[in-house]
Design a protein around this ligand. Structure first.
Ligand SMILES: [Zn+2]
Length: 324
């Protein structure tokens, strides 16, 4: 095995833009509504495919199934890679959504996983808002009335987002990403989303987009505001845990603005997924890979053991782990 660099899978939606080019240095195909860039996915037909090296052309699913112990280490034996990582470019507000938990998602046909997710704000235009959780005292009946009245925003907890904010969204939390944000998102690999509210907008055909009010309200289990979490100004060399749950760990690593730094990651019988947010990151020279730039990602298979990873001054990257 070698460090795995996958081709991104782009999703275009009306709310997307062009910041994967301007902020993440991507050369994009035709179009101007690039909403999501899936960097790590093994969900049905949606598959990350290795871009270069001896395993080029191989899907993540094939690697998980055929090289489980080498890739997954002590997590081998799973049917599919359980996490999905993506970048989002919200040029416009996303609809207000909620995802079911594992128990509810397992009862759907076809059954799926629930979706707990965490966001890291990569870029924020001034005044950009995140909607996460509910204002104190809001109950399901209040949500139903507010959806009917077109006033759901009054029920939502919101705050001005800043780069470096981490927002943990357990399944059952009402949420929306506001316009002007570039977000890195780690989530359970699942495809179940209930749209509760679309800000009274209409779709490209001039009609309101479909809502899933009954199923969505049934899935709401979190009746509280979600408060963002931040790493300290000086991030410890061992990284800072932004979000830790039963499904994943999301950690931030950062070099100080004036100092390069080397980290030693891996060696724990578990794959590590890295996503560069700022600066450059060089893997061990033996792999012969060019330094990773902002927006680049790599999956380090468990069997590679401890890896020395060098960041230029000011480098910032996220590390995703499977739960220990
Ligand atoms: Zn979501």
């Amino acid at each position: 095995m070698h460090p795995l660099i996958f081709s991104p899978l782009y999703r275009t939606y009306l709310w997307g833009g062009l910041k994967f080019a301007s902020r993440l240095g991507r050369s994009l195909p035709e179009g101007d509504t690039f909403a999501e860039s899936w960097e790590l996915v093994d969900h049905g037909d949606d598959q990350s495919v290795v871009r270069a090296g001896p395993l080029a052309g191989t899907s993540l699913h094939t690697l998980v199934r055929e090289q489980g112990p080498a890739l997954m280490g002590r997590h081998s034996g799973v049917e599919a890679f359980p996490l999905l990582f993506k970048f989002l470019d919200a040029k416009r507000d996303l609809s207000v959504q909620v995802h079911p938990d594992d128990t509810r998602a397992a009862k759907l046909s076809p059954p799926d996983r629930g979706k707990t997710e965490a966001w890291y704000v990569v870029d924020a235009e001034p005044g950009s808002l995140i909607y996460a959780g509910l204002r104190e005292g809001v109950r399901t009946d209040d949500l139903r009335h507010a959806i009917t009245d077109g006033t759901l925003d009054r029920c939502l907890h919101s705050f001005a987002a800043h780069p470096g904010d981490c927002v943990f969204i357990p399944a059952g939390t009402v949420h929306a990403i506001g316009a002007g944000l570039v977000i890195a998102e780690i989530q359970q690999s699942s495809d179940v989303t209930y749209r509760l509210y679309d800000w009274n907008r209409v779709g490209p055909d001039g009609k309101p987009r479909q809502l899933h009010i009954d199923a969505g309200l049934e899935a709401v289990t979190q009746f509280c505001p979600v408060i963002p979490r931040h790493a300290p100004e000086v991030v410890p060399p061992t990284g800072f845990p932004l979000a830790t749950c039963d499904y994943f760990g999301l950690d931030l690593f950062a070099a100080e603005p004036t100092d390069a730094r080397v980290w030693h990651l891996g060696g724990d019988e578990s794959p590590h997924f890295l996503a560069v947010v700022r600066g450059t990151l060089a893997l061990d020279a033996a792999w012969g890979l060019p330094p990773l730039q902002a927006g680049d990602c790599v999956l380090i298979p468990a069997s590679l053991g401890l890896q020395a990873i060098a960041g230029s001054s000011g480098t910032e990257f996220l590390r995703v782990r499977l739960p220990s």
